[in-house]
Design a protein around this ligand. Structure first.
Ligand code: TRP
Length: 329
C-alpha cells in the first residue's frame, strides 16, 4: 500500500519568525524524514493576497519562503514543494467548492471574524480563504494536514465540503484529518499573552535576525517577579515563554530545563536562550545565504515541484469536471 499523502502550506506574507520555525518548518522536516508520508509543502501566495501587500515585495517574499523551506531541510527529493499560484487548479477547484460551501458556516469562521474586525475594507477573498484552503487539500487526496490549533476549524470545513461533494455527486474526495503536533507555542517577547507576531518586530525573533539582534531582543524580553527559572505559565508567563523557546530549540522538556537552570538568574538564563537560538539557526542561516546566491537554481527546484504537483492536481480536476458533467464522460 502506498503511504498516506500529507500536505501543508505557509502563507508568503512576510518574514518568518522562530514561532513559525518551531511549529511549521522544523516540524515539516521531521514529518518528511519520518518516511511515513508522501509529503507536499507549498507556499500559499494566493492566500497572502487577502491581506494588504506590496506587489514589488511579493515575489521576494515567495522566494524567501522557498529558501527557508530548503534551508530548513525540506528536501525536494523526498517532498514535493511548490508555489500555489503556479497551479491554476487551486483557483479552479475553489470556485467549484464555492458552489457547495455553506454561507452560514463560513460566516462563523473565527479567523475570518478576527481578521475582518481588524480590516476596514473586508474583501471577499478573506471570506473565501477557508474554501481555497480546502481546495489546496482536496486536490491532492491528502489524508493528513499538519497545522496549528487555529486551523482546526478550516479542516472541519474541508471535511464538510468533501462529504457534501461526495454525497451530492460522487465519492471522489478524501476527508482529511489535522495533525496537531505538540510543539511549544511561542508568544510575544513583550506581551506573553499574545502570539509572537511579525507586526511588532521588536518583540519577535526573525529567522534572519543577526546574532546581535537576537541577543538584544531576548535581553529585553519581559520577565516576571521572582528569581527562579521555573515553568509556571499562569503566574510567570514571560519566563514560561522563554522556557518554551528553549524547548523548541533543544527538545528538552520544561522540567529538564528547570533542572538545568536551577539557581541560575534570569539574566544568565536569557543569555543562554539567545545563544541556543543563534547556534541552532546557524546551519539554517548559512544554507539560506548560500541558496540566496543561487536563486536561479532554487527557481528550477520550484519548477520541478510545480510539475509534480501539477500532474496530481490536473488529474483530480479532470475527475471533478467529469463528475459534475462539465466534460464528456
Ligand atoms: N491557513 C494556513 C495558515 O495560516 C496556511 C494554509 C493555506 C494551509 N492552505 C493550507 C495549511 C492547506 C495547510 C493546508 O497556517
Amino acid at each position: 500500500m502506498s503511504k498516506p499523502i500529507l500536505i501543508s502550506g505557509i502563507q508568503s506574507s512576510g518574514k518568518l519568525h522562530i514561532g513559525n520555525y518551531i511549529s511549521a518548518l522544523k516540524n515539516f522536516v521531521y514529518l518528511q524524514n519520518s518516511g511515513r508520508y508522501q509529503c507536499y509543502f507549498f507556499i500559499a501566495d494566493l492566500h497572502s493576497l487577502t491581506s494588504d501587500f506590496s506587489p514589488s515585495e511579493k515575489y521576494k517574499q515567495i522566494m524567501d519562503i522557498a529558501l527557508s523551506f530548503l534551508a530548513a531541510g525540506i528536501d525536494p527529493k523526498k517532498s514535493t514543494i511548490f508555489i500555489q499560484s503556479q497551479i491554476p487548479e487551486h483557483s479552479e477547484l475553489t470556485w467549484i467548492l464555492n458552489t457547495i460551501a455553506p454561507f452560514g458556516e463560513l460566516k462563523r469562521m473565527v479567523q475570518f471574524k478576527d481578521k475582518a474586525s481588524r480590516q476596514d475594507d473586508v474583501n471577499v477573498g478573506l471570506f473565501d480563504y477557508p474554501v481555497l484552503q480546502a481546495a489546496d487539500i482536496l486536490l491532492y487526496d491528502a489524508e493528513i494536514v499538519p497545522v496549528g490549533e487555529d486551523q482546526v476549524q478550516h479542516l472541519e470545513l474541508t471535511r464538510t465540503l468533501a462529504r457534501k461533494f461526495n454525497s451530492k455527486f460522487k465519492k471522489i474526495f478524501i476527508e482529511p484529518k489535522e495533525l496537531l503536533t505538540e510543539t511549544p507555542k511561542i508568544m510575544s517577547l513583550s506581551d506573553p499573552s499574545k502570539k509572537m507576531s511579525k507586526s511588532v518586530p521588536e518583540t519577535c525573533v526573525f529567522l534572519d535576525d543577526s546574532p546581535e539582534a537576537i541577543r538584544e531582543k531576548i535581553k529585553r524580553a519581559t520577565t516576571d517577579s521572582g528569581r527562579e527559572v521555573t515553568y509556571h505559565p499562569e503566574t510567570k508567563p514571560g519566563i514560561a515563554n522563554l522556557i518554551r523557546i528553549y524547548q523548541g530549540f533543544s527538545d528538552l522538556t520544561a522540567k529538564e530545563i528547570e533542572h538545568k537552570f536551577s539557581g541560575v538568574n534570569y539574566g544568565q538564563f536569557k543569555k543562554e536562550v539567545a545563544e541556543l537560538i543563534i547556534e541552532s539557526l546557524r546551519p539554517f542561516r548559512a544554507k539560506k545565504k548560500l541558496l540566496s546566491r543561487k536563486i536561479g537554481s532554487v527557481e528550477k527546484i520550484m519548477d520541478q515541484g510545480r510539475k509534480k504537483a501539477s500532474a496530481k492536481a490536473s488529474q483530480k480536476m479532470k475527475q471533478v469536471k467529469k463528475v459534475l458533467g462539465l466534460s464528456k464522460k
